[in-house]
Design a protein around this ligand. Structure first.
Ligand SMILES: [Mg+2]
Length: 345
């Protein structure tokens, strides 16, 4: 443990300990850090220079990178959260919508009812005074009621398509490049979400305009009847506090929905054999996404999008790398490039 904080940006380099920073700007302002690019010898490809980044333990990160590099891409899998991790937190000055939040089910009364649920349960989800056991019950209640309202309100697949088309949602710059890079290297990507798989797939279809055979969505999946009306949900409900349990078992190939006849190259068993994990998340709880895996090496990347002054300490202690201020995905693209410069293993 180096005990120091490496903070790198594209502005001229100086080295600071975080504790020596004079003051934290307000959460509305951008936070800039700077550091010595030679500390961890990873500056050539610049994955920490693409945007503001914080690394608390450079020695540990360096060891993990070396271990991953030696194992090769055939041992790697990527596990990513969806909302505010793959997607942007801010879009044109407005808060980007989540895959759950964007849904208009074509029945305003039911949209209002779900909004009422949100207003009631969302503060409870983040309440510091409610135990995790109690919160888990509350989240089960919330998700259960929301899903029932979607069925009762007659949600159709056409309404999902329209909702996505109308939504304020966008992928971070560099997400397509990351998916392409990982596809070239035959590295599977599991996207974990407590949202709705059918919506996430529609966002991928509409915003990326292409499919990736290495991507799987692990989320709540809907069942539609022949008329395109929602009739039920498949399997166990994934909510914000249990999205790490049974998630691998619920993985389903994205190609089924996107019509990729070549199919996914990795089934659940082969994913389990991939013992190195690159984890991407925007909440500390996202670190639990790899709990079901007996991994050898994990590099965790956290996107700290907002409320930076209050959360930076906990994020930098939890994640190997923290990108600040709703950063792009280009730093992660460079990291993968640096790990595995040549594709096609
Ligand atoms: Mg998220």
């Amino acid at each position: 443990m180096s005990g120091r904080v490496l903070c790198i940006s594209t502005i001229p380099f100086r080295f600071h300990s975080i504790s020596k920073l004079p003051s934290y700007p307000s959460s509305n302002s951008r936070l800039w850090f700077c550091g010595n690019p030679n500390v961890i010898g990873m500056e050539e490809q610049g994955f920490l220079q693409a945007s503001e980044a914080v690394v608390a333990d450079t020695d540990l990160l360096k060891k993990k990178l070396e271990a991953m590099r030696l194992s090769g891409p055939q041992k790697l899998q990527v596990i990513a959260d969806f909302d505010a991790t793959l997607t942007r937190y801010w879009i044109d000055g407005r808060r980007g919508q989540s895959s759950h939040g964007l849904l208009k089910q074509g029945n305003p009364d039911y949209d209002d009812k779900r909004e009422e649920l949100y207003k009631y349960y969302h503060p409870l989800e983040y309440s510091p005074t409610i135990s995790i056991e109690e919160k888990t019950k509350l989240m089960e209640e919330w998700w259960g009621k929301s899903h029932s309202l979607l069925i009762e309100g007659g949600l159709t697949f056409d309404a999902i398509k329209q909702s996505v088309a109308d939504a304020t949602i966008a992928f971070r710059e560099g997400v397509v490049e990351l998916f392409e890079l990982l596809e070239e290297r035959n590295v599977p990507v599991l996207i974990f979400s407590a949202g709705l798989a059918d919506i996430i797939e529609e966002v991928l279809r509409q915003k990326l305009h292409r499919s990736f055979k290495n991507i799987r969505i692990v989320s709540n999946r809907m069942v539609f009847d022949d008329n395109g009306c929602l009739v039920s949900f498949k399997g166990k409900t994934i909510h914000s506090l249990n999205k790490n349990e049974h998630a691998l078992d619920m993985a389903a190939p994205l190609h089924d929905q996107l019509g990729d006849v070549n199919g996914a190259t990795n089934d659940s068993a082969s994913v389990r054999k991939r013992t190195n994990v690159l984890l991407l998340g925007d909440h500390i709880g996202d670190l639990g996404m790899s709990d079901g895996l007996n991994y050898d090496t994990r590099i965790s990347v956290g996107f700290l999008n907002d409320n930076i002054e209050n959360s930076l300490d906990s994020y930098r202690n939890a994640f190997d790398i923290v990108y600040l201020n709703d950063a792009s995905m280009l730093g992660v693209v460079k990291l993968v490039h640096q790990l595995f410069p040549v594709g096609g293993i």
